[in-house]
Design a protein around this ligand. Structure first.
Ligand code: NAD
Length: 332
């Protein structure tokens, strides 16, 4: 029995996490859920969107499936998602982007994994106003965090039989910060002679990804570039509705869709549950539940192939819950 923390989340979070929960419960994996609430809805009760007992639950179980949490833009509390990753030292953000059958996109053979550093860079949150008309943000890059994420990316490539890791940076301009990231990743690459290491400046990377995404395999990036490039990669394979992700540390892993809480669709049972279901598939594989993961994938593939019971973003009219039910029906 796997005990897993479930955070329903804000906005559309409860719709998509309950859909994913039903699918995972039907997958054959034995899961006991510990549901804890975080985000906007708990601020009045606990005075914080991220109460200590939520972190304690994730820490104790070592695993969580998480719905998106809303962060107000330019005001209020710091991003709960960023705080959670930093508090639990979930240093590696893993976001695969793989072409799925039945989803019409401009590309056919995309199979990328974006590995994003999750704890520092401009996300360190050291930012302030300088007088009335200026503001300043400090970019933190350390050798320790850069080597750690590079090692994670090369280990992942080796474990999954991938051929190439592209180290993405802007060291031509940010010679100290990105320079250190690049230097650290190069050093790590030397220990993996069986995996090709390639270097790419982030702007060129974006252009190449939209021209020839099939040429790329695993990419490793500092935090901010990783955030942007992973949304770009999601766009190559059908958009945010189908983009799963994981935040992984040495002892704890939190699985969540790449997308946010899509607040305008709150309570409408409308958005695509696949990003969360596929995050659940990543979680099953992380647990070694490969049979259950394959069963869910067979359900997902069949539903996409048929193309009838899909949500609005995939050209259908089905509800979140109906699409999840169709996945379950097609699992065998
Ligand atoms: P968003 O990802 O929530 O939504 C942007 C648009 O993408 C939506 O309006 C919708 O059209 C589409 N979309 C998103 N998810 C979809 C799905 N599952 N199916 C179909 N369409 C989908 O981005 P946003 O509006 O910029 O952010 C809303 C809130 O979410 C913000 O407060 C932001 O901080 C937060 N956020 C949280 C996380 C997280 O919890 N990890 C990640 C990103 C954003």
């Amino acid at each position: 029995m796997h005990k897993i923390t479930l955070i329903p989340g804000d906005g559309t979070g409860p719709d998509i996490t309950s859909a994913a929960r039903r699918v995972l419960d039907a997958s054959g994996a034995r899961i006991e859920w510990e549901v804890v609430e975080a985000g906007e809805k708990v601020i009045d009760t606990y005075g914080t969107p991220l109460p200590a007992h939520v972190l304690e639950s994730i820490s104790r179980n070592g695993l969580a499936l998480k719905g998106p949490l809303t962060t107000p833009v330019g005001k209020g509390f710091r991003s709960v998602n960023v705080a959670l990753r930093q508090e639990l030292d979930l240093y590696a953000c893993v976001r695969p982007a793989k072409s799925l059958p039945g989803i019409k996109t401009r590309y056919e053979d995309v199979d990328l994994i974006v590995v994003r550093e999750n704890t520092e860079d401009l996300y360190a949150g050291i930012e302030h106003r300088v007088g009335k008309n200026a503001a300043e943000s400090i970019k933190i890059i350390t050798r320790e965090a850069s080597e750690r994420i590079a090692r994670f990316a090369f280990e992942l490539a080796r474990r999954e039989g991938r051929k190439k890791v592209t180290i993405v940076h802007k060291a031509n301009i940010m010679k100290f910060t990105d320079g250190l990231f690049l230097e650290s990743a190069r050093r790590v690459a030397e220990s993996y002679p069986d995996v090709t290491a390639e270097e790419m400046i982030v702007d060129a990377m974006c252009m190449k990804l939209v021209q020839t995404p099939e040429n790329y395999d695993v990419m490793v990036l500092p935090n901010l570039y990783g955030d942007i490039v992973s949304d770009l990669a999601a766009g190559l394979v059908g958009g945010l509705g189908v983009a799963p992700g994981a935040n992984i540390g040495d002892r704890i892993a939190v699985f969540e869709p790449v997308h946010g809480s899509a607040p305008k669709y709150t309570g409408m049972d409308k958005v695509n549950p696949l990003a969360t279901i596929l995050s659940g598939v990543m979680m099953l594989k992380h647990l070694g539940e490969f049979e259950a993961a394959a069963r869910v994938m067979r359900g997902v593939t069949a539903v996409l192939h048929e193309g009838k019971t899909v949500t609005y973003d995939l050209g259908g009219t089905s509800k979140t819950s109906e699409m999840a039910a169709a996945v379950i029906e097609n699992m065998r």
